[in-house]
Design a protein around this ligand. Structure first.
Ligand SMILES: Cc1cc2nc3c(=O)[nH]c(=O)nc-3n(C[C@H](O)[C@H](O)[C@H](O)COP(=O)(O)O)c2cc1C
Length: 329
């Protein structure tokens, strides 16, 4: 079913944003043509944008970015609820939008604004911003006035006509978000982005020596054909023991990947490329590492892509019986 996220654009204590989002959600929940969920930026306390690469690159370094990306990626369209702050949108909303790219583009979005004059200047800016992100911004809009739609400028009591304006906005957002709509990314594209984020998760967890972070990426029955003996490492504990050994050997460790190529099915997927582990050993020796061939195989388990198999190898000099470890991708 089409999923629409209702994003609350303000986070300050005592905000009215949650009242407005609740009103939108209550009305939307009566419909049967989509599933609606409130997205609260308080659940995603993002620092000022701290990703070294622009979101366009799609390589998120920080766990908070990936968690935010996972949330946004789950939705086919959005209703953004924004107040007007100094004739614009709240900084926290702009920051949250700037963090991502692929998770926004080609998705429908509608705007519910509020402020002394309906927050229309904020809505206009948000529309421009979303259009730059190649989102499909629907024309119908709801603008709530602090004077006429809030009792004592505090409690939301929407004036006559607001409900039907909201219904029209929702009609458009749902229609433009529904699968088959020209602007909607395919399930395969969504899954491919999720799988790439899993590999980013490996890189991040290795760099921060985060065994618990790695644990979340594998299925419990993972079978790993890792580079080192034995022939296979069976089960999550065996896989994590391998990573623990790496963290014992290395004082600082980095994992790089190149040429990642995903293939995605409905609930099975794999991605292959080249990987290199390098860093500094406990005794201070710098280790440049070697490029190896790597394949991660995933199954979608309870809606989450988990690694159920990985394969790491180097080419073999057949006559000499030795691995060739000095090749570059
Ligand atoms: C920093 C700040 C700037 C504001 N600037 C405007 C403004 O330019 N125009 C307007 O209509 N209301 C403005 N307001 C009033 C807000 O629209 C109103 O307080 C609204 O409830 C804020 O949303 P929130 O309660 O969800 O934070 C401003 C409020 C704040 C906190």
């Amino acid at each position: 079913m089409t999923r629409i996220g209702i994003l609350i654009g303000s986070t300050r204590p005592g905000r009215k944003g949650d009242q407005v989002a609740r009103w939108v959600h209550e009305r939307a929940a009566r419909r049967g043509d989509a599933a609606f969920e409130v997205i609260d930026l308080l659940d995603h306390p993002l620092p000022h944008l701290d990703e070294p690469l622009p979101a366009l690159a799609g390589r998120y370094q920080h766990g908070h970015t990936r968690a935010w990306a996972d949330t946004v990626a789950r939705f086919d369209g959005f209703v953004m609820v924004t107040p007007e702050y100094n004739a614009s949108i709240p900084g926290v909303l702009k920051n949250a939008i700037d963090y991502l790219y692929a998770e926004w583009i080609h998705k429908a979005v509608g705007f519910v604004s509020y402020g002394a004059d309906g927050g229309t200047r904020a809505a206009r800016q948000l529309r421009t911003l979303c259009e730059l992100l190649q989102m499909g911004a629907v024309t119908p809009q709801v603008s709530l006035s602090l004077h006429t739609d809030f009792e004592d400028r505090a409690t939301l009591t929407p004036a006559a006509g607001r409900v039907s304006a909201l219904d029209t906005l929702l009609d458009h957002v749902v229609a433009c978000s529904t699968e088959g709509g020209a602007a909607t990314p395919t399930q395969r594209e969504t899954d491919e982005a999720a799988i790439r984020r899993r590999v980013d998760g490996i890189i991040d967890a290795i760099k921060s020596r985060d065994l618990e972070g790695l644990r979340r990426l594998y299925s419990t029955d993972v079978v790993s054909f890792d580079i080192d003996p034995p022939l296979q490492h069976v089960g999550l504990d065996a896989k994590l023991k391998n990573w623990a050994n790496v963290f014992t050997l290395f004082q600082e460790v980095t994992y790089e990947v190149r040429d990642l190529t995903p293939t995605v099915g409905e609930d099975v997927a794999f991605i292959h490329g080249f990987g290199r582990l390098s860093g500094t050993l406990r005794d201070g020796t710098a280790v440049g590492g070697m490029w190896v061939r790597v394949t991660f195989c995933f199954r979608k388990i309870d809606g989450e892509w988990l690694i159920t198999h990985d394969q790491v190898s180097v080419p073999l000099d057949i006559l000499g019986g030795k691995g060739v470890v000095d090749l570059e991708p």
